[in-house]
Design a protein around this ligand. Structure first.
Ligand SMILES: [Ca+2]
Length: 293
């Protein structure tokens, strides 16, 4: 099978699922990762984490730091990078550039309808790429995001952090598939699964991923990782992992008495294919395969 070309826009360093998502795509045989961009707040440290993961995987993938700011206004979110380690300051982990938006557009032009854009953070870069050159962004094969909540008005994190960008992506991204937190919140690892990842030191790559999980758990009251971003990505290779519906939906940018900014509003935007359920065994079988090898 021909590999799926993907560009990943990600926000590692806060929640742990981005690092696990990168580990999954780099070790899975399904994907050719043609670029990685970082989004929201400290995008440079995020890019250094990505560079280290790629270096340890032996993967020569261009990594660009992107926009730290939402499209219009910063929302008051306190979350800081918890997966920083001092070695990240080394020159070997400098990103290839700082202009993620231009890199996304160059990559979209280069690969056209062979490329899938994967957004697993706030959509600060993807919205700006669409605004700068909508025609190029319409030329890609499709767009998959982890984001939104389709079961109720909950303002999911990636949408809440930059609702104006989310609205643009919902209304203008090519062939948008969204897997929302109402489904992804059901993908928490078991203690045994997390321990397996934490204790895997077969090489420096797996050891680093395990270290990141341990650092994250320590800073989160020993919580277990939830694989939000990975569920969105597996929809590209496992057509039946999620039960999907298609409808017209966008994102509320202003909020109201009834709901906060970042909530999904139906009947107001472009066509979105979104998850309404998922097959737990199929999903975990696919994800843990990387660590069971
Ligand atoms: Ca993320």
């Amino acid at each position: 099978m021909e590999k799926i070309k993907i560009l990943i826009d990600t926000d590692p360093g806060d929640d742990i699922d981005d690092a696990l998502a990168l580990a999954y795509v780099l070790k899975s045989e399904w994907f050719e990762v043609v670029g990685i961009t970082t989004t929201f707040k400290d995008t440079l440290t995020r890019a250094r984490i990505v560079k280290k993961i790629c270096a340890l995987a032996g993967a020569n993938i261009p990594v660009y730091a992107g926009c730290g700011q939402p499209l219009k206004k910063m929302v008051p979110v306190a979350q800081e990078i918890n997966q920083y380690t001092e070695d990240l300051d080394g020159v070997e982990y400098l990103p290839d550039g700082l202009n993620a938006v231009d890199f996304i557009l160059e990559t979209a032009k280069k690969y056209g309808d062979e490329l899938v854009i994967v957004g697993i953070g706030p959509l600060c870069n993807l919205s700006r790429a669409i605004l700068k050159d909508p025609k190029t962004m319409q030329g890609v094969k499709g767009t998959v995001i982890m984001g939104g909540c389709f079961a109720n008005d909950y303002p999911e994190w990636n949408m809440f952090c930059d609702p104006d960008s989310a609205k643009i992506v919902f209304e203008q991204a090519k062939n948008l598939v969204a897997v929302g937190v109402d489904i992804t919140s059901r993908t928490k690892l078991t203690e045994a699964q997390s321990t397996q990842i934490e204790k895997d030191t077969r090489d420096p790559f797996y050891a680093y991923i395990g270290e990141l999980v341990k650092i994250w758990r320590k800073s989160h009251n020993n919580d277990l990782p939830t694989l939000h971003d990975i569920l969105a990505i597996t929809t590209l290779v496992l057509p039946n992992v999620c039960v999907m519906q298609t409808g017209s939906a966008s994102i509320d940018t202003e909020g109201s008495e009834k709901r906060k900014p970042g909530a999904v509003v139906f009947g107001t935007g472009g066509n979105v294919t979104y998850a309404v359920d998922f097959h737990k065994e199929v999903f975990f079988g696919e994800f843990m395969r990387i660590w069971d090898k």
